[in-house]
Design a binder for this molecule. Structure first.
Ligand code: S3P
Length: 436
């Protein structure tokens, strides 16, 4: 069966009950192997996400001459080669489905002495790269692409200068690409954001010994410092927990606990949004893991109400809109999402694909250029297409738990990019979900 032919059949299961741990954070996993690769010494990563996206990044670093051992699932030992130790390869470097992999590696590879080519799958090949190409070129990089889309042909042997850059979009990937290039520049690099985004790159660079100052929405990196290997213990991914926060809120009788979830404040906007909708979620902080706050989350089913999602929350929940759309379709009343045009350039056009998926189950969704107006109500069975978008597949499977009939969801193989084993974990707590 080819990946795009893989489908799920989902139907109402039981109330969702139990205690689960979701896999490691995708953003932190990508960065842990990248920074470990260009550090001096050996970085041990635990809790590494065994997803296709993060494995693709590790495989690319191996191609560039970095030894990365995998002694057990979720564990990586990265034998760092130092800032100047990567070796070029004539082979194209395949980032798979991963925007984070491609954009961050573009920054790193733009600063090397060798040429490289970054490619991706059909979805990644449609995603905008101009946002990283333009400022990297202002720093002195040379990158060729057709129409600002992958593949990226990156030329080496350039002298990079630092940049003081005001980002036109709130994007942690853009910020991180510039900071990675900035490690190699002749002068400091400052990145200013229109809204603060996840600061894993800044935190991790500091933990690896880089000379970096940062506060929400602003980061300045001074080059000239070697990175020193540091172990990274990856917390559980909030974005993977998100599907279960919504599922246990909407499936009557549910009571679910999620253990030790990463709670970086730039990631947890969905909790605020769901609470506005009347969700019953208790957050119990349990300390830090890998320099990030972690918490146990407890959620009980309630009747959600529609809400207007405040625009300042959008960057803090940018990956959670497919799940939020599902919550809105099952809430009482109207939910309004605006200021979220970035959703149109994610793994799919998430506004259009979620709207189509939910409508095929009977939901009322009005699309807007930068969001949607969703009127909650009852869902029926049907046939929906995730268009190869992992988060849409999982969000539709949550919606199906409350539909009156069976829901077939097509093109679900890419769930393995971020959440391998989602279906087993979900079945274990009561989901009705199986491979078609
Ligand atoms: C990510 C940043 C976000 C997010 C993506 C992961 C990161 O993308 O949507 O899933 O790890 O930096 P943008 O930078 O495009 O907002």
């Amino acid at each position: 069966m080819s990946g795009s032919q893989m489908s799920w059949v989902a139907q109402p299961g039981k109330p969702l009950v139990g205690e689960i741990t979701v896999p490691g954070d995708k953003s932190v996993s990508h960065r842990s192997v990248m920074f470990g690769a260009i550090a001096e010494g050996t970085t041990r990563v635990t809790g590494f996400l065994e997803g296709e996206d993060t494995r693709a990044t590790a495989a690319i670093l191996s191609r560039l001459g970095v030894r990365i051992d995998a002694p057990s699932a979720g564990e990586r030992v990265v034998h760092g080669v130092g800032l100047h130790g990567l070796r070029g390869t004539a082979e194209a470097l395949d980032c798979g489905n991963a925007g984070t992999g491609m954009r961050l590696l573009a920054g790193l590879l733009a600063a090397q002495r060798f040429d490289s080519v970054l490619i991706g799958d059909a979805s990644l090949s449609k995603r905008p790269m101009r946002r990283v190409i333009d400022p990297l070129q202002q720093m002195g990089a040379r990158i060729e692409s057709e129409g600002g889309l992958p593949p990226l042909r990156i030329h080496g042997n350039n002298v990079l200068q630092g940049i003081d850059f005001e980002c036109p979009v709130a994007s942690a990937q853009l910020k991180s690409a510039l900071l990675l290039a900035g490690l190699y520049a002749r002068s400091p690099t400052t990145v200013r954001e229109p809204h603060p985004t996840r600061d894993y790159t800044e935190r991790m660079l500091r933990a690896f010994g880089a000379d970096i100052d940062f506060s929400p929405g602003l980061a300045t990196l001074r080059p000239g410092q070697a990175l020193i290997a540091t172990d990274v213990d990856v917390p559980a991914d909030f974005s993977s927990a998100a599907f279960f926060l919504v599922a246990a809120s909407v499936v009557p009788g549910s009571h679910l606990r999620l253990r030790r979830v990463g709670m970086n404040p730039r990631r947890t906007g969905l909790i605020d949004a769901l609470k506005l909708m009347g969700a019953d979620i208790t957050v119990s902080p349990v300390g830090e893991q890998g320099g990030e706050p972690v918490a146990d989350l407890e959620v009980r089913a309630t009747q959600l109400r529609g809400a207007t999602i405040p625009e300042p929350l959008v960057p803090d929940m940018i990956d959670e809109f497919p799940a939020l759309f599902t919550a809105a379709a099952l809430a009482e009343g109207v939910t309004v999402v605006s200021g979220a045009a970035e959703l149109r350039v994610k793994e799919s056009d998430r506004i259009a694909v979620m709207a189509a998926g939910l409508r095929s189950l009977g939901a009322r969704v009005e699309e807007k250029p930068d969001g949607a107006i969703i009127t909650g109500g009852a869902l029926h069975g049907g046939h929906a297409d995730s268009q190869g978008d992992h988060r849409i597949a999982m969000s539709l499977s949550v919606a199906a738990q409350c539909a009156s009939g069976e829901v077939r969801i097509d093109d679900v193989a890419n769930v393995a990019t971020s959440f391998p084993g989602f279906d087993q974990l979900a079945r274990g707590i009561g989901f009705g979900l199986r491979l078609a």
